[in-house]
Design a protein around this ligand. Structure first.
Ligand SMILES: Nc1ncnc2c1ncn2[C@@H]1O[C@H](COP(=O)(O)OP(=O)(O)O)[C@@H](O)[C@H]1O
Ligand SMILES: [Mg+2]
Length: 314
């Protein structure tokens, strides 16, 4: 089972759209797909046409239950109206999670532990992150096999990208065994605007090794698709935006075949067309410069080993 976290410390950059669109292609490929909405704003949950108040289960119960079992994790999942596409829905209570978990150790590993219990049930898991560096994002990153960082091609987003790279480094420094494979995905690209072309040039110059070689273009289908509660590729796989997400999906499967061949299911591997598989190597950036010490300490603490008696995986 592959786990892809879609993360950025900025809102409105296309995270939820990326999750829904990749999920749409996976559904079309008949892959068993689980989406996890870890954003308390529940945009992905409502994108899928679901409302918190009508659901009996959501992600919060996995964080509040200290004795998780495979049955409990599976029981928290809700099917969507699209065959093979399930969701662990968000709830507003997730906004209190940092407070709820404070004082417990190993709280950064709750989600990865839960997903390990169901790793034969899905081909791919997609995690939509909130734009805040806290326990929800740390859990998503720790659980992931690959991280996608959607970056809107305009200058404010480039700044938040620096923040994300710093976060990866803080976490890797706190736990030497942890190493992130991440890929920057330029979104909402409009080749007619200077903001788009010059920020893409900046990304190429500064993040080349981590940059996906293509872009997600501006496409009005995405707004329509969220209004209709249907992932764009299921609505219309032929638009420029939908096609770009298909390329991204195939590229990621190619990367995972190189990095985690043992985690790629036969069904996932079968979707792969010839692909150049580039863009997976690492780039080390100074982690500490000018960053808020307190956040670093908190994030590092989440990476500490679990409390004795809470289960014992390395
Ligand atoms: N490629 C795109 N072209 C046009 N609109 C887009 C595109 N990607 C996202 N959007 C729109 O931009 C807004 C923010 O996207 P969203 O995915 O919700 O961002 P985030 O989850 O990062 O906050 C939404 O209204 C969405 O429909
Ligand atoms: Mg969102």
């Amino acid at each position: 089972m592959l786990v892809w976290a879609i993360a950025s410390q900025k809102g409105g950059v296309g995270k939820t759209t990326t999750v829904a669109s990749l999920a749409g292609w996976m559904q079309r490929e008949h892959l068993r797909t689980l989406m996890i909405d870890t954003d308390p704003h529940a945009s992905l949950t409502s994108y899928m046409g679901l409302q918190e108040e009508n659901l009996t289960h959501n992600l919060f119960e996995l964080y509040s239950d200290r004795e998780l079992t495979r049955e409990k994790v599976l029981g928290a999942i809700t099917p969507t109206r699209f065959q093979g596409l399930d969701i662990l829905a968000s709830s507003m209570t997730l906004a209190t999670i940092d407070r709820q978990l404070s004082g417990r150790t190993g709280v950064g590993r709750i989600l990865s532990k839960a997903l390990r219990m169901i790793d034969d049930s899905y081909d791919i898991v997609l995690i939509d992150c909130p734009p805040v560096l806290g326990a929800l994002m740390v859990n998503a990153l720790v659980a992931s096999t690959y991280v996608l960082v959607p970056t809107q091609t305009e200058f404010l987003s480039l700044k938040s990208l620096e923040g994300m790279v710093r976060t990866f480094n803080i976490m890797q420094n706190a736990d030497k065994g942890c190493r992130f494979n991440y890929i920057i995905v330029p979104t909402m690209y409009d080749k007619r605007t200077k903001a788009s072309t010059s920020s893409l040039a900046f990304l190429k110059e500064n993040y080349q090794k981590r940059l996906w070689g293509e872009v997600i273009p501006v496409d009005t289908l995405f707004r329509e698709s969220s209004q209709m509660s249907v992932p764009a590729p299921i609505m219309d796989g032929g638009t420029r935006g939908s096609k770009a997400y298909r390329e991204l999906f195939l590229h990621l499967v190619g990367c995972e075949m190189d990095v985690h061949p043992d985690l790629v299911s036969p069904a996932t591997a079968a979707t792969l067309m010839p692909d150049d598989g580039e863009g997976k190597d690492s780039e080390v950036v100074d982690a500490t410069k000018g960053h808020n010490r307190m956040v670093e300490d908190q994030v590092a603490a989440m990476m500490s080993p679990e409390e004795p008696g809470e289960g014992s995986e390395a």
